[in-house]
Design a binder for this molecule. Structure first.
Ligand code: LM2
Ligand code: CA
Length: 474
């Protein structure tokens, strides 16, 4: 179940972290569809516990499978899926199959008003009782297969997916979402579930809903969150044949390289050459909602220049199933999404350039990022050719004769004739500007009969990238 069911030539997913369904529907119509995004990963859709201060992570603590959260209710969710599918943008849901909520004193009331007693493992809204869970234990040894899969991840009540009842409830929940028109799922904490149980669940799911434009017999796309740095017992290899797997090594290594810890010339062998999963099994990203909050190599919106360079490379290099992060501003791990005094999530607002202003970062609306989504569509199905580097942190390469990317992460200028592999003509650099009514608002590059053009990226230019493609020919 590795096919994301993209429409047309589209091929980039965006994670609209914590957005409301009505805002996503609007975004599909006014921005994502027109800009060629292939799909949206949405935050968990089912009822969750209410945590004090409303941290984003309360949504990783389910109470029931009723589709009411701070993002909206079932009707709003269904309306969003229909409107996004209508403009060729797929919806993938973040689903929690491993656990329910953690401990909570007394009776908890969820976002749909359902009561539960997590300490007693009692979730009448499903219903689940203690027998549907693994006995409580703590994960102390991450190399102990049993502990990782059958003890509690940060104290979250651990469901027993080998039981018929639990399986039937999970399948019913996922089938409900398929009925509403989603194209697939991000499976949270997949490493904490036995792959045999997941295989049973995935293979039991309905085909995608033909009323939403999916071909007959389409299987739901599955991408599984497995954090595998290469040194634990439970590995990505147990899951990769069931569906795609999040490739965390990609995120760490791309962060390392663009932070300057590893020369960009080494990226020539990017992909399986770096020990990553085969391209069609790898869900790739510069950062995700968890590791963008960790200190370390991973880049996030707080280092915009390097982040944009890394994202340009991510979207230009033909490897993986690409996902772009779209964040809200945070100070620490618990910062809630933008919300009002009544703790309702607020809608994004945009300035005259289309950038978000009220606490939403909206990386996907940064020109340098959405332009690379367009680049990736324009060069889809071409090979990488013509790699060039300066032996250090300046690189360039072509995508067939459809696109060209150059990056300068050295502290001196890149100024020279390079092979762009493009047909002769003048192209607009979609990083420094845009092609508007036939004229380019940024740098232009003239390509000669041999495919060469003069490329200049100053070390103090606003961005360290230059990108040309056939859909932005002046
Ligand atoms: C994931 N993937 O496997 C998610 O990507 C990640 O965001 C989730 O953690 C995690 N697994 C569980 O679904 C987040 C967050 C945690 C938070 C949990 C549950 O990063 O900090 O844990 O969601 O809401 C919080 C507290 C933790 C407490 C736990 C249970 O931070 O201290 O543990 O709730 O009450 C006692
Ligand atoms: Ca488990």
């Amino acid at each position: 179940q590795h096919n994301p069911h993209w429409w047309g030539n589209r091929n980039t997913i965006v994670h609209l972290f914590e957005w409301k369904w009505s805002d996503i529907a609007q975004e599909c119509e006014s921005f994502l569809g027109p800009r060629g995004f292939a799909g949206v990963q949405v935050s968990p859709v089912n009822e969750n516990i209410i945590a004090a201060g409303r941290p984003w992570w309360e949504r990783y603590q389910p109470i029931s499978y009723k589709l009411t959260t701070r993002s909206g209710n079932e009707e709003e969710f269904g309306d969003m899926v229909r409107r996004c599918n209508d403009v060729g943008v797929r919806i993938y849901v973040d689903v929690l199959l491993n656990h329910m909520s953690g401990d909570f004193d007394g009776v908890a009331v969820g976002t749909a008003g359902t009561e539960a007693e997590p300490r007693k493992k009692s979730f009448p809204g499903v219903p689940y009782t203690a027998q549907d869970f693994h006995p409580t234990c703590e994960i102390t040894d991450w190399n102990d297969h049993f502990q990782v899969q059958q003890c509690e991840l940060v104290g979250l009540k651990d469901l027993d997916q080998s039981s018929d009842w639990v399986r039937s409830k999970l399948i019913e929940f996922l089938d409900h979402l398929i009925e509403l028109g989603v194209a697939g799922f991000r499976v949270d904490a997949a490493k904490h579930m036995a792959s045999e149980d997941l295989e049973y669940i995935y293979s039991s799911l309905s085909n995608l809903n033909i009323d939403h434009g999916f071909p007959h017999n389409s299987r739901p796309f599955i991408f599984q969150e497995v954090i595998d740095h290469g040194h634990e017992t439970v590995s990505r290899d147990e899951y990769k044949d069931l569906g795609a797997v999040t490739e965390f090594r990609f995120s760490e290594e791309i962060g390392n390289a663009f932070r300057g810890n590893n020369a960009l010339k080494w990226l020539q062998s990017w992909g399986t050459g770096w020990g990553f999963l085969p391209s069609g099994q790898a869900l790739t990203f510069v950062d995700n909602h968890d590791n963008q909050r960790d200190a370390g190599a991973v880049l996030n919106y707080k280092s915009p220049r390097q982040y944009k360079m890394a994202t340009a490379f991510h979207l230009a290099y033909p490897y993986g199933i690409s996902r772009v992060m779209s964040s809200f501003a945070f100070d620490d791990h618990d910062t809630p999404p933008p919300q009002d005094a009544q703790e309702r999530i607020i809608s994004p607002e945009f300035d005259e350039d289309g950038a978000c202003v009220n606490g939403w970062i909206c990386e996907h609306r940064w020109r340098q990022i959405y332009a690379m989504v367009g680049f990736k569509n324009a060069v889809r199905d071409t090979e990488i050719t013509g790699w060039w580097d300066n032996g250090d942190n300046q690189i360039s390469f072509c995508r067939g004769n459809k696109g060209f990317l150059a990056i300068n992460n050295n502290l001196y200028d890149l100024s020279q004739d390079l092979n762009t592999c493009l047909p002769a003509g003048t192209y607009c650099d979609v990083i420094s500007g845009s092609l508007i009514d036939g004229s380019c608002t940024g740098k232009s590059v003239t390509v000669n009969e041999n495919g060469y053009g003069y490329i200049h990226i100053g070390s103090d230019d606003f961005d360290g990238v230059l990108a040309l493609h056939v859909d932005a020919k002046v």
